[in-house]
Design a protein around this ligand. Structure first.
Ligand SMILES: [Zn+2]
Length: 191
């Protein structure tokens, strides 16, 4: 089972559940409720700023690189602040909120109180995978450099296309923690 991130790191989707293997998305009706809910949140989330940048300097233009938490109560973080979330979640008790919509408020309160990760904390080490090495990469990735957004061709009814076209990039990551942590929506200390 291959897990993929779409647009943002953090949330991971079962590739076989989301993509039809021919460059398109499967019909929403074939996805489970949680998957469909997360997928439908993504276009909105891509338009919102990094929570930590926004809470810190009111910077509403800082693009998020990763999303954690539950649909409707997400934490969005940019590349720099992903380490802040990892530190809170793994070292400062944030994992108590795993799977709970309270995670968003709890993290925001921690940040708003002036907390951050210590200078020595390196945060997540992401392992990028050569898309060519995936057994069934779905969208055509042959012309795309490793680490570059992967174009996704979508074949959906008109009214659904407008929404899903906003999800214009898919990023493939090796699920290095697959056999260690079955709930890969959250950070693990092993990444
Ligand atoms: Zn930020």
């Amino acid at each position: 089972m291959t897990k993929v991130s779409i647009g943002l790191r953090g949330w991971r989707f079962d590739e076989d559940e989301v993509f039809d293997g021919e460059g398109g998305y499967r019909p929403r009706s074939e996805m489970d409720d949680d998957t469909r809910e997360r997928l439908e949140r993504l276009p909105m989330l891509l338009d919102q700023p990094c929570d930590v940048c926004y809470l810190g300097d009111g910077d509403a233009d800082a693009e998020p690189a990763a999303v954690y938490g539950e649909p409707g109560a997400e934490v969005l973080v940019c590349d720099d602040h992903e380490a802040t979330f990892y530190y809170w979640f793994l070292e400062a008790g944030g994992d108590e909120y795993e799977g709970s919509p309270d995670l968003q408020d709890a993290f925001h309160e921690w940040v708003a109180a002036g907390n951050s990760e210590p200078g020595w904390y390196e945060g997540p080490q992401h392992v990028e995978t050569d898309p060519e090495s995936l057994p069934d990469p779905g969208p055509d990735t042959s012309q795309v450099e490793v680490g570059e957004p992967v174009p996704v061709n979508v074949d959906l009814p008109e009214d659904e296309q407008a929404e899903i076209n906003l999800i214009e990039a898919a990023e493939f990551e090796e699920d290095v923690a697959d056999d260690l942590d079955l709930d890969a929506d959250y950070p693990t200390g092993d990444e």
